[in-house]
Design a protein around this ligand. Structure first.
Ligand SMILES: [Zn+2]
Length: 328
């Protein structure tokens, strides 16, 4: 069983046109990473200084450009992406509350914003945009996949820009809300994304996104078999700690995390994450690992019962934060 505690330190690298160069941490700009485990030929590594989890070597631009074609969304099956994104997103439910994710996110957003102009970054086919437009929002989407953005434009008559966020060059202080669903872990430089969103949001505007939490019980118990560990599609793996560091360094203030109450020990042990081939993962823990996991589970269980910090246990977290650029 690979675990999260391997102490081997490495320099992270990127290969461009056959040349290898060092690639500093996106969050703290240093370069010393602990190698945690290997997955699909990539090392999953954790920054020694800020705790950001990322991949090494970093995939080339060419490798990344090839990833997001139609096959990614509809024919990915076991290799990459989704077997059927369009059906999957419609049936994507929070299994604790039995609420469809799209509606759940719209309901959360209403707690923070009265509506207005919304940009969805990495909007894919535009299912979220279509749903929130029906509630009176003025919506725009942006996605680098030509296949997915063409679908949203044609089927839903949505305004979707087929460009990267940097290339779209939106005017400053323009949007009331920016959302990023299941996209940040695909970004090559999340720091630039947060900075750009800060620029295009109105003062006091809302940024909403989701992360897979590497500090969660589910991540800890599944390690390399934890479902979000999918290089080279997923390049970054966040936690509340690293997410807060990104936000405080890019001009965002008060932040709220919503997680699922997925700590049922029985549930996790009886229903371990499936890997991408749909096979059940076999566990092979030492006594010490079991002790650590059960102790952690007990702490999580008690925190859930007492209502203290219960958000830290979720492996999928929705994050809602305020832009504070003109309030400093
Ligand atoms: Zn770092």
């Amino acid at each position: 069983m690979k675990n999260w505690n391997d102490k081997k330190l490495i320099l992270r690298e990127k290969i461009t046109n056959g040349k290898t160069s060092k690639m500093n941490c996106d969050l703290c700009d240093k370069n010393k990473f602990k190698s945690l485990f290997k997955k699909k030929g990539y090392s999953i590594t954790k920054c020694k200084y800020c705790g950001l989890v990322t991949v090494d070597p970093f995939p080339t631009d060419e490798e990344l450009a090839k990833l997001y074609d139609e096959e990614y969304f509809e024919g990915g099956k076991n290799k990459k992406g989704y077997s059927n994104y369009k059906e999957g997103i419609k049936n994507y439910f929070d299994y604790v509350t039995k609420e469809p994710y799209i509606q759940k996110r719209i309901n959360y957003l209403k707690q923070f914003s009265k509506g207005g102009r919304l940009l969805d970054v990495g909007c894919a086919h535009g299912f979220f945009l279509k749903a929130i437009r029906e509630e009176g929002w003025d919506v725009t989407g942006i996605d680098i996949s030509k296949y997915a953005s063409d679908f949203g434009k044609k089927e839903f008559n949505l305004n979707i820009i087929n460009k990267s966020l940097e290339d779209a060059k939106f005017v400053s202080n323009h949007f009331d809300v920016v959302t990023i669903w299941s996209f940040l872990d695909h970004c090559t430089t999340p720091m630039n994304v947060f900075k750009e969103i800060n620029r295009i949001l109105k003062p006091g505007g809302i940024l909403a996104f989701n992360i897979s939490n590497v500090d969660s019980f589910r991540a800890m118990i599944n390690a390399s078999n934890w479902r979000p560990i999918r290089p080279p599609e997923h390049l970054y793996y966040f936690s509340i700690n690293t997410s807060n560091k990104y936000l405080s360094r890019t001009g965002f203030g008060k932040t709220t995390y919503f997680g699922k109450g997925e700590i049922g020990i029985k549930h996790v042990l009886q229903n371990p994450d499936l890997n991408m081939n749909g096979e059940t993962v076999k566990f092979d823990f030492s006594f010490l690992q079991w002790l650590k996991l059960y102790s952690w589970a007990l702490i999580c269980y008690l925190s859930l019962k007492t209502g203290i910090d219960n958000y830290t246990i979720g492996s999928n977290l929705d994050v809602y934060t305020h832009n504070i650029k003109n309030e400093q």
